[in-house]
Write a protein that binds this ligand. Sequence first.
Ligand code: C5P
Length: 223
Amino acid sequence: MPGAAEKGPIVVAIDGPAGSGKSTLASRLAAELGLPYVNTGLMYRALAHRALAQGVDHDDGPALERLLRKMTFEIDRSGRPPALLLDGTRPPDGYAASEVENSVSAVARHPEVRRAMVELQRGLGREGAVMEGRDIGTVVFPEAPVKIYLDAAPHERAERRARERKGSARVAEGMAERDSRDERVNPFVPAPNAVRIDTTTLGADAVLNEAVRIVRERLGGGT
Ligand code: C5P
């Protein structure tokens, strides 16, 4: 959809739980719209990873905030779509490791960490972005003109995650545990004006087509 990026800074918020298809949709939609792709889950994972590496206690909110403030996040404009760089390099695959997934909800629950993240994320989206997360349409960019909430049946989310990680039943268990930790400490509330897409029975192309239709509708056509 050429032209979307020329309409001024547009933020498209894509929120939803793990395994709902957020990353696949958000990166493809960003490429389609010519906007940067900002994966905010990756930012929380990067902080959890750094805390593990440096022995920072995931119960110590102020220490985690200090650690976060030493990290730099920027957009690599040479990428397709332009996407996040952490401390000047592309984030490694290690952020999907189970140790990171086991501690990320605890790291993300601290108000000081969330405040600092929101500040960073607003800076990254200032010139427009497709931003993926859980609180984009409610907290980070409540004024975003396009908000999409993705969801899928729990069995389908678990199966997708297992396929992605070439894993077993442990993957499904790990995801269910993280879901319930997030529910307790980072309760997830979809924005009231978000458009919901249930991706349980939809392929990635169908989800992308639906999202492009929603973007066109919300931006008043002509894009
Ligand atoms: O989206 P993803 O599964 O990569 O997110 C990893 C974790 O980061 C989530 O389980 C959640 O604890 C946290 N998160 C968050 N707010 C966001 C994005 C992610 O609290 N906007």
